[in-house]
Design a protein around this ligand. Structure first.
Ligand code: ADP
Ligand code: MG
Length: 385
């Protein structure tokens, strides 16, 4: 990346048009940039709010050329963008994060190898990528475990629980015999994540450690306030996230997810080379959001350490909420009553059709104290049903 900053007025591009791209576009536009989105879906949430929406596949040469012509820099909101597309774009403009870093995050095996290189503990695991690997695996040491596809898994998809050695072959079959990682099930006390943002000059800032609750493999709640994670663990998680970013010479926003074990140990789970659902609270609870950090990183603007000003809780709003009720058609939308509560900030992604498990939006609850945030979030959750 060249040293000269890209100034407002320029167009910033994003590969992927989901809600993360939409919130990136909002942050970029607030700072005076225009945005261009590449996503084949004509109704993509980011495409709907951007000055330009290029509706092609990520590997379409014409689409990539159009994006390159429009933009001064490009980022991604989706880790499964082909690394080759990022490499093509990088020939003519700054691309952050770089293709090499995204390629590591795309592959659980490569990702775990990187974590180990950085000296950060990972769950005991092995790679199953062939009949021979399946035949020779010492499964007993890793069971009960979870077989996860090395690529393309998200929100608990592409995973099968394996209790006994006899179930392993069927599980691999069920996942299409693609390369997989077999990982030991660990006793989790809770989960947490850290978002770091690193500039091309090596400057690095971070959001506070976030405590996450998943339901059915999908993030449901994130809590961010003093004491939500023991300080020693928070310190370890932050140090690990920094070394993981530095080890990749990473430029951009990176989310690293951790397991906190029942015994108190910390294990890194996975990383996302982009803003993350668990960082959405920063839109209302911190003075710099994860999306503004993404804009600053890619445009080469100075990075300042975000300051959390409110105890924060984020509740995801899934399509299930919209589909409930006798006929699925209540008089007011599911979030309506919640807006009567103090410090509730509604974010909806402009998606027309709710589906079970589909992320339609989120609610950020802010308060002066953790107790206040908890009380409001509990009331909101009760209203949401
Ligand atoms: P995804 O890419 O779908 O987010 P993860 O590897 O993060 O996949 O798994 C989803 C969730 O499943 C985790 O957030 C955690 O709750 C649970 N999980 C995954 N791996 C393990 C493990 N080794 N031990 C215990 N729980 C796990
Ligand atoms: Mg995960």
């Amino acid at each position: 990346m060249s040293g000269a900053p890209i100034l407002p007025g320029a167009t910033l591009g994003v590969l992927g048009g989901g809600q993360l791209g939409r919130m990136f576009a909002h942050a970029a536009q607030a700072m005076g940039y225009a945005t261009a989105v590449l996503d084949a879906d004509p109704e993509s949430p980011a495409g709907l709010v951007s000055q330009q929406h290029i509706r092609t596949a990520y590997d379409d040469p014409q689409g990539l050329a159009t994006l390159a012509a429009a933009c001064a820099a490009v980022t991604t909101e989706f880790e499964n963008v082909p690394a080759a597309a990022l490499q093509t774009l990088a020939r003519s403009m700054p691309v952050s994060p770089a293709a090499a870093a995204v390629a590591v995050a795309q592959d659980r095996a490569a990702e775990k190898a990187h974590f180990v290189r950085c000296g950060v503990p990972v769950a005991p695991h092995t790679v199953i990528d062939s009949e021979a690997a399946l035949a020779t695996v010492d499964a007993a040491a890793l069971l009960p475990g979870i077989l996860k596809t090395a690529r393309l898994g998200y929100d608990g998809k592409g995973q099968v629980r394996v209790a006994t050695p006899g179930e392993l072959a069927a599980a691999w079959q069920q996942l299409g015999r693609v390369p997989c990682v077999l990982e030991k099930m660990l006793p989790l006390a809770h989960e947490c994540s850290v978002i770091v943002a690193r500039g091309a000059d090596g400057s690095l800032v971070h959001l506070p450690v976030q405590r996450n609750l998943h339901r059915d493999g999908i993030l449901a709640v994130t809590e961010v306030f003093e004491g939500n994670v023991p300080p020693a663990l928070a310190g370890q998680a932050l140090a690990a996230a920094k070394s993981i970013a530095q080890g990749l010479d990473y430029v951009g926003v990176l989310c690293v997810e951790f397991f906190v074990l029942e015994g108190g140990g910390l294990v890194v789970n996975e990383m996302a080379p982009r803003p993350h659902n668990s960082g959405h609270w920063s839109q209302n609870g911190a003075d710099v959001s994860q999306f503004e950090l993404q804009v600053r990183c890619m445009a080469g603007l100075p990075l300042t350490q975000p300051r959390q000003h409110s105890a924060s809780i984020m509740l995801n709003l899934l399509g299930d909420l919209w589909l409930r009720g006798p006929d699925g058609a209540a008089a007011t939308p599911p979030w309506y009553q919640v807006l009567r509560l103090p410090g509730c900030h509604l974010h909806l992604y402009g998606k027309a059709s709710p589906k079970p498990g589909r992320k339609m939006g989120h609610l950020n609850v802010t308060a002066a104290s953790p107790e206040g945030a908890r009380a409001t979030a509990l009331q909101a959750a009760a209203l949401l049903g």
